[in-house]
Design a protein around this ligand. Structure first.
Ligand SMILES: O=P(O)(O)O[C@@H]1C[C@H](O)[C@@H](CO)O1
Length: 288
């Protein structure tokens, strides 16, 4: 209910002087994105009223506020997944709190397996669109009474990944000399926590999915519902096994390892994007 989001926003507002314009969600192994923030104020999720707890390795469970190239940011070092047993409302709880605190842009990152033949481990996929498999069968954080203060009952989801930010990211990648690592693609969310069977991988590939993971879509749905601008990227940490002849298999340690290897590139890209993006509000923060 609205008051719960408000209670958390008020608590955070009274514990930090930062008034964030941009929120960043760090995917598995990508928690280092918070390290670039200056003048940090950080809070363990366990001390923030209403916040769920992180239970997955590679998700530290800290909320970090700070300045980055003239923008005020809040960074989630650790996100919440449906497979941890959280309700979808809980997995997306921080998004509405950020909205109440005045955030206008959300950057979501994740680790994902690739189905597209031209996406290799270590590549970065700019998310152009998503397939929300849990959402398609009614597992959607917007189920239940609609909170009109956040957005409409039936929000449009076409264009939920901002086109301007996507092209800015490609331009930045060229300037950083890493354009060969980047391409746009479609992300699909599955429930997890098991990785895909070969038959499931083949099905996703046939459906036109480029990369698959276990998060992001519910966060983007809630963010779009309440009018946030969204940019998303997937770090490709593995190729999804699609052949019965293949003896390789994916594991979470390998996922985290690719995160470590690519951390500085992802960091540079996100830092430059934040630096160069225009912010339309000046954080009036009227709701809290
Ligand atoms: O939080 P993200 O989506 O980055 O985490 C991915 C999906 C699983 O949680 C985990 C599997 O290794 O990484």
């Amino acid at each position: 209910i609205h008051e719960e989001y408000q209670k958390t926003a008020v608590w955070l507002t009274s514990h930090t002087t930062h008034r964030p314009q941009v929120a960043i969600i760090c995917g598995s192994g990508l928690g280092m994105l918070a390290d670039t923030l200056k003048c940090q104020d950080s809070f363990a999720y366990s001390e923030i009223p209403g916040f769920p707890q992180s239970t997955v390795q590679g998700h530290a469970g800290r909320l970090v506020f700070g300045e980055l190239k003239g923008k005020t940011c809040v960074c989630m070092q650790g996100r919440f997944h449906m497979y941890e047993g959280h309700s979808l409302c809980k997995t997306t709880f921080p998004i509405r709190v950020f909205k109440l605190m005045g955030v206008e842009t959300l950057i979501v990152t994740n680790a994902a397996g690739s189905l597209a033949d031209d996406l290799q481990a270590g590549d970065i996929m700019i998310i152009k669109d998503h397939v929300n498999f849990p959402g398609l069968v009614g597992l959607n954080p917007l189920c239940g009474p609609n909170d009109d203060k956040f957005g409409p009952r039936f929000p449009a989801m076409s264009g939920c990944y901002d086109k301007g930010l996507r092209s800015l990211a490609m331009e930045i990648a060229k300037q950083l000399g890493v354009a060969s690592l980047l391409q746009e693609g479609v992300y699909a969310m599955v429930g997890g926590p098991n990785f895909e069977t070969i038959a499931e991988a083949r099905l996703l590939h046939r459906l036109g999915v480029d990369a698959v993971g276990m998060s992001t879509a519910p966060e983007v749905v809630v963010a779009t519902h309440c009018g946030l601008r969204v940019f998303g990227l997937s770090l490709i940490t593995n190729k999804v096994v699609k052949s019965y002849e293949d003896t390789e298999s994916v594991n979470h340690e390998g996922v985290l390892e690719v995160g470590r290897l690519r951390s500085s590139t992802v960091q540079q890209l996100v830092t430059e994007l934040i630096s160069r993006m225009e912010i339309n509000n000046n954080n009036t923060n009227t709701d809290v």
